[in-house]
Ligand binder design. Structure first.
Ligand SMILES: C[S@@+](CC[C@H](N)C(=O)[O-])C[C@H]1O[C@@H](n2cnc3c(N)ncnc32)[C@H](O)[C@@H]1O
Length: 374
C-alpha cells in the first residue's frame, strides 16, 4: 500500500522542484507559498499535482469526483486505506487528515494547521507536529552535512524528515528521539510511508533513550522560542528560549564518538557578560577541551524584535512585557539564529569561531568541509 502511494505521488510529479516551479512563493523562497484558489483554476489546466498540492499542502476540501479522476483509483484507495484522506459532506468532498510535504526525495506527513473558525484563530495543540516546509525546518534540513557517516542521531526529530533522509541517502544506522509521543507516531508512519528500515525511533527526553550509545553525527533543531509558560512542545524554550538547547549542548559530548560532529540550527543569545560562542564553550564545560565550536550566524535581532517575531506575536501583551523584562535581567543584548557546529578534535587547542553566514549554502559548505577548523 505504501509503495503504491509513493509511486502514484511520484508519477503525478509531487516533488519539491515541480511544486516550486508551478506555484507562486511569498516573500521567502524557502517557506510559504500562495496557492491559486483551486476551483478558479481553469479546468483544462488542472493536473494531478494540483490536486495533491491543494489537498495536502493547501488543506482544502475538494470534490470527490475530481479527486478520484485526477489521482486515479490506485492512489485514491491507497490514501483512504491508510486514513490520509476523509470524506465530508455526505461523501461529496474529501479532505486530508494530515499535511504531506515532499522533501529530500521523501513524502513527509506532519500536522495540519488548524483552520480559522469564523474570525477566531484556533490555537495549535500543545503536541503539534512541525512540518518540513516551515522556514526554520527547511533551513535546518539544508545545513546538515550529507557526507556519509556510520551512526547518525537526530535529537528533537519531530516528523523525522532529517533522520529519514539521512537513512535513505548517506548514513548506515540512524536514530531519532523526540519527547512528543505523537511526533514519534508520525515519525514511525513516515518511516513506513517511505519504506525505510535503518532508523530506530524513540520517544524520550533528550539523550535518555540512547544512554549507552555514541554517534558520529548528532543533529538537532530544538525548540527555542522564548515563552513564560511553555505551551507548545515544538516551539517553546523557557523565558530565554534556551532551556532545551542548553541541556542539549551540555549533554551532547558524552554521546559524540571520537572525531564526530554536532550540527544544530537554533537561536542563542549574546549577553552583557559573554557572546553566544563563549556561552556555548561554558556549557560544554571540561568536555570542551577537545571540541571545536563554530557559530555561523544567519540572523541577529534585538530582544524586542525577536520577541515580536514569535509564533504568536502579540507585541503589546503583558507576556511580551514580562519577557522583555526577563531578557533585560538576564543581560540579553541580542538573539542570534545560528548554525552551530561542534566537532570533536584531539591533540590541539580547541577553536572557538563566529562568522556571519551569507547563506545556507555557505553554512553547508563550511560544515561539510570544516574549513573553519583548518
Ligand atoms: C522545532 S521542532 C523540530 C522538529 C524537526 N526536527 C523539524 O525540524 O521539523 C522541535 C522538536 O523538539 C522536540 N522536543 C522538545 N523538547 C524536547 C526534549 N526535551 N527532548 C526531545 N525532544 C524535544 C519537540 O517535540 C519538537 O518535535
Amino acid at each position: 500500500m505504501f509503495a503504491n502511494i509513493r509511486t502514484s505521488f511520484a508519477d503525478l510529479g509531487f516533488n519539491e522542484s515541480n511544486i516550486r516551479d508551478r506555484y507562486v512563493f511569498e516573500s521567502d523562497p524557502a517557506g510559504s507559498f500562495v496557492l491559486p484558489t483551486f476551483p478558479k483554476r481553469k479546468a483544462e489546466t488542472i493536473t494531478g499535482l494540483d490536486v495533491l498540492v491543494h489537498l495536502f499542502m493547501g488543506q482544502e476540501s475538494l470534490p470527490l469526483d475530481l479527486v478520484e479522476q485526477f489521482l486515479g483509483q490506485r492512489c485514491f484507495s491507497g490514501l483512504r486505506e491508510v486514513n490520509l484522506m476523509r470524506l465530508e459532506d455526505e461523501g461529496a468532498t474529501c479532505r486530508a487528515t494530515v499535511r504531506i510535504e515532499p522533501v529530500k526525495k521523501l513524502l513527509v506527513c506532519a500536522d495540519l494547521f488548524p483552520r480559522k473558525s469564523s474570525s477566531k484563530k484556533i490555537p495549535l495543540r500543545s503536541d503539534h507536529v512541525y512540518r518540513p516546509w516551515d522556514f526554520s525546518a527547511q533551513m535546518y534540513g539544508r545545513i546538515i552535512p550529507e557526507i556519509p557517516c556510520r551512526s547518525f542521531l537526530e535529537m528533537c526529530c519531530g516528523s523525522a524528515y532529517v533522520c529519514l533522509a539521512a537513512a535513505k541517502n548517506f548514513a548506515e544506522s540512524v536514530y531519532g528521539v523526540d519527547i512528543n509521543e505523537r511526533a514519534i507516531r508520525f515519525a514511525e508512519f513516515n518511516k513506513k510511508l517511505n519504506g525505510i528500515e535503518n532508523v530506530t525511533l524513540y520517544s524520550g527526553d533528550l539523550f535518555e533513550p540512547v544512554q549507552s550509545h555514541t554517534f558520529d553525527r548528532i543533529v538537532a533543531h530544538p525548540p527555542y522560542v522564548p515563552a513564560l509558560v511553555e505551551s507548545l512542545t515544538f516551539a517553546d524554550g523557557g523565558v530565554d528560549g534556551e532551556r532545551v538547547s542548553t541541556a542539549l549542548i551540555r549533554e551532547m559530548p558524552r554521546y559524540l564518538a571520537d572525531g564526530g560532529e554536532f550540527c544544530s540550527y537554533l537561536a542563542l543569545s549574546d549577553r552583557v557578560d559573554a557572546p553566544a560562542e563563549l556561552r556555548v564553550r561554558e556549557m560544554l564545560g571540561t568536555y570542551g577541551q577537545e571540541l571545536d565550536v563554530a557559530l555561523l550566524v544567519m540572523a541577529e535581532r534585538s530582544p524586542a524584535s525577536f520577541l515580536i517575531s514569535r509564533s504568536d506575536p502579540t507585541p503589546f501583551s503583558e507576556e511580551n512585557e514580562q519577557l522583555q523584562d526577563a531578557c533585560r535581567k538576564l543581560g540579553i543584548t541580542r538573539f542570534i539564529t545560528t548554525a552551530l557546529t561542534i566537532r570533536s578534535r584531539k591533540g590541539s587547542a580547541p577553536l572557538t569561531l563566529r562568522h556571519r553566514a551569507v547563506s545556507w549554502q555557505t553554512v553547508r559548505a563550511m560544515s561539510e568541509t570544516m574549513t573553519f577548523a583548518r
